[in-house]
Design a binder for this molecule. Sequence first.
Ligand code: ATP
Length: 448
Amino acid sequence: MSESVTMDKIVSLCKRRGFIFQSSEIYGGLGSCWDYGPVGVELKRNVKNAWWRSMVESRGDSVGLDCSIMMHPTVWRASGHVEGFSDPLVECKVCHMRWRADQLDKPACPSCGGELTEPRNFNLMFKTFMGPVEEDAAVVYLRPETAQGIFVNFENVVTTTRKRLPLGIAQIGKSFRNEITPGNFTFRTREFEQMEMEFFVKPGTDEEWYRYWAGERFKWYLDLGIRAENLRMREHEKSELAHYAKACADVEYLFPIGWSELEGIANRADFDLTQHAKWSGKDLSYFDSQTNERFIPYVIEPSAGADRSVLAFLVDAYREEDVEGTTRVVLKLHPSLAPVKVAILPLSRNEKLTPLAKEIHERLSRNFVTEYDDTQSIGRRYRRQDEIGTPLCVTVDFESLEDNQVTIRDRDSLAQIRLPVARLEEALKAKLAGESFDAGSLWAGARA
Ligand code: ATP
């Protein structure tokens, strides 16, 4: 993380450019709830799509699922959430602020120094009522993780896909936790999106698969541009492990609040399927017809947060650069994550420029996510595109009308080249795929 990035700067950029707004802002906002704006929703979709491509589409050994948020209440008994999904809550006897006891260094209130109550367990699951009458029988929970929907569908998936182990089942969706201390922007909220995979394997191969997934998931962030010095893997001590986990490691990112978890990779052994078999009375074992063995699969779980990933990508991409005596803010997002890939900017709103600029926009928008902008000065428009992380801008000027050439401006190097309109698509594609801006045959003939 560069020295100059603070959470305040990220929050301010997000609001200014339309990445993230406070929920219900005109009513004063709702604590720890956030809305993704026009460019934020694109960034988040790109993050989720990159995850889905890497975890499902590009693999032969995994499939996807999209389960309901409300599930049979017994699911949460079997999973251990009703009994044990809680944090130790303490309250200050003086100012009544509430804290998570396991996150405090001292037995005094961090806000006013007052004396704290004894910790009591606070269950993090949101409860609601299904049906018109608020009675106990109808209590349901909003899922606190997407994983359980995968476990309870394990048999359905195996039966309908006829897939063999090892088999991954992936899901992206909302989860809800009534966190005691939400905060730090979208880092910890009460409603968030998870990207989870349960990878079912034969017992005995689990440790190898655990190491494999830890490596793969770490690499995923690096491949999408996170700087290596801001990412680390932290293996949990045996004493930190949940009772069901054989091993667990966190991918951590150096947020402005310090090193914090981005994703957890856990070896959950056969805990979940065994529990659901017990509580549902269904046999959830798997028969391996090649070896004639029957067993309860072990599970490796890479569990990531979509919102937390978006925040890490924003923080990591944020730069303040000195350009000719002024500071430019730029998001150096990986092209595949950038909300807009190519901006088409006529030099001005002059009516002579509009037809060619619109024609180019119409053509490019068939192949790229584009934005057409002819408001304000060209400088301000470049500034906006830099701040939303648009990798390339195409500028149409008066000379373009004569020579049918346009200028492409590169977000990162600020290099500009001119090339014929006919070669635009080819050039933009190559550039977005990572080709150097000024080298290679593609650019031969282009006038710098
Ligand atoms: P913590 O210890 O920080 O409360 P956790 O270890 O309980 O987190 P997991 O249950 O492993 O988190 O959840 C997997 C991922 O889901 C996390 O790595 C994180 O990216 C995301 N996540 C969990 N809780 C939240 C939250 N309240 N807000 C945003 N993202 C979250």
